[in-house]
Write a protein that binds this ligand. Structure first.
Ligand code: SF4
Length: 465
């Protein structure tokens, strides 16, 4: 592992345009993961130029829907009472032990929902505040009040980026204040937390595990979150659930949906469901589409992912125990090429429009009358106008690769990094995140349950019997 990390640091120095992050999502693993990330940092990354974890702030690689180009996940802004703020990735917060907000007011359930594989709804992955309802039932009531955090640590990256504040009076810092960015970390008297891109992202978020069915069976994946037998949910039941979420939680607001599983793309209706969600018009922002992000293991064909990328940002998790590397690399090649081509077309359009604008300005100065464009230019302009709306959005769609590295996988991970870097235009169109993982502990489920009493739904509880 340390060999990989050393090598990663070298990669980052060698190629300044390659965005490489160490760390990764670790929902539910809690202090176990904190120890891993902490140890990784202190032993291998001291004085390293490699940024630990998180996602990019570079709009050119950002996740986007509609017309805003930003990356949205897991960059957390911590604000003190003077309005000064400092940004951390979720993994940095973990590694520094700053992810502790016991007694704070949190917007879990008010601005965010977590939906489990059986449709159970909680305010966040931490399940603070308890069970809210089920998306497959017509009526559930989203929380109207902030939850008071009772956890020792906030351990999921998505949870960490939720808005929260120390006392009720600190709502000002959490909601209204325009914080100033500090380059040097201030004293740790933080009173509010916001997503780094809070002003650009949708006001609501739904993290939704659509089912547990997966074609892999990774040794570190808890059986409570994946299996090979669960029936797929039908398109009808998913759209009905979506309508329930709209009625009881979104209420016309724009939202970001993060779909996971199991492996969500195994469901034959998944693509149609994504198109359905994308096509819904939020009443409060009718010009925009809901933001969608999908986490997948990359085992579908390139054409499938190309279609999916038109509607959603993608994170590919690479699991060495099962991934077919050549096939996976082909998927990434196709997606990167599509994004690069779209970027190129957008630039050509921009240049053409600029030439046209200058020409019009010049002609109006000279008092010239209307002038016919040459036939070729007129056709090109016409073609551009007819291009589907999404085409130029492809360049902005988030494309992330998260390499899951168990002890002993270091050489494979290095090899994969090397091959990814060989893909033309890769650095400008994708983000790599390296996630150290250890073996899954068989006691994990019961440990987690005893740490979080009475917050599981009936169906989930049966998993432990
Ligand atoms: S653990 Fe995190 S998400 Fe959950 S209530 Fe506490 S601060 Fe909020």
């Amino acid at each position: 592992m340390s060999q990989l990390l050393r090598s990663s640091a070298t990669e980052a120095r060698a190629g300044p345009s390659l965005r490489l992050y160490i760390g990764g999502g670790a929902a539910k693993i809690g202090e176990f993961w904190l120890a891993v990330v902490g140890r990784t940092r202190s032993s291998s990354l001291e004085n390293s130029p490699v940024h630990i974890g998180g996602e990019t702030q570079d709009p050119t690689a950002g996740a986007v829907s509609g017309s805003t180009a930003v990356s949205t996940n897991k960059m957390v802004r911590m604000i003190n009472e003077r309005g000064e703020s400092f940004a951390y990735s979720a993994e940095e917060l973990m590694a520094r032990g700053l992810n502790r907000w016991r007694g704070w007011h949190c917007t879990a359930g008010v601005e965010n929902l977590y939906v489990t594989h059986d449709g159970s709804i909680y305010g966040a992955v931490c399940r603070e505040g308890g069970y809210i309802g089920n998306v497959f039932e017509v009526n559930f009531y989203a929380r109207m009040k902030y939850v008071k955090c009772s956890r020792r640590y906030c351990t999921c990256g998505t949870d960490m980026a939720l808005r929260k504040f120390k006392r009720l009076k600190n709502r000002w810092e959490a909601y209204q204040l325009k914080p100033t960015d500090l380059e040097v970390e201030p004293a740790r008297n933080y009173v509010a937390v916001r997503n780094f891109f809070q002003d650009q992202i949708p006001p609501k978020q739904v993290l939704w595990d659509l089912g547990r069915r997966c074609n892999y069976a990774c040794s570190y994946c808890p059986p409570a979150t994946s299996n090979r037998i669960e029936a797929h949910k039908t398109l009808g039941s998913l759209t009905q659930a979506m309508n329930n979420i709209e009625r009881s939680f979104l209420k016309g607001d724009l939202a970001k949906f993060i779909f996971g599983g199991g492996e969500p793309t195994l469901n034959p209706d998944f693509l149609d469901f994504v198109k359905y969600v994308h096509g819904l018009t939020p009443k409060n922002r009718p010009q925009e589409n809901h933001w969608i992000h999908v986490t997948t293991n990359g085992s579908r064909l390139p054409e499938y992912y190309l279609e999916l990328l038109r509607y959603a940002g993608l994170t590919f998790s690479v699991h060495f125990e099962f991934a077919q590397m050549e096939r996976f690399l082909e998927v990434i090649r196709v997606l990167v090429a599509a994004k690069a081509q779209d970027r190129q077309l957008a630039e050509e359009d921009r240049q053409r429009a600029e030439v046209e604008r200058q020409r019009a300005a010049k002609e109006s100065q000279c008092g010239a009358v209307e002038r016919q464009l040459p036939e070729e230019e007129r056709k090109a302009l016409e073609q551009n106008r007819q291009r589907p709306e999404e085409q130029h959005h492809l360049q902005w769609r988030y494309l992330g690769i998260r390499i899951m590295v168990q002890p002993g996988n270091g050489p494979q991970a290095e090899d994969l990094l090397f091959k990814l870097r060989q893909i033309p235009h890769f650095a400008a169109n994708a983000v790599v995140n390296v996630s150290p993982v250890l073996a899954f502990s068989p006691e994990y489920d019961t440990d987690f349950e005893s740490a979080v009493p009475n917050t599981y739904s009936e169906t989930e509880r049966s998993l432990f019997d």
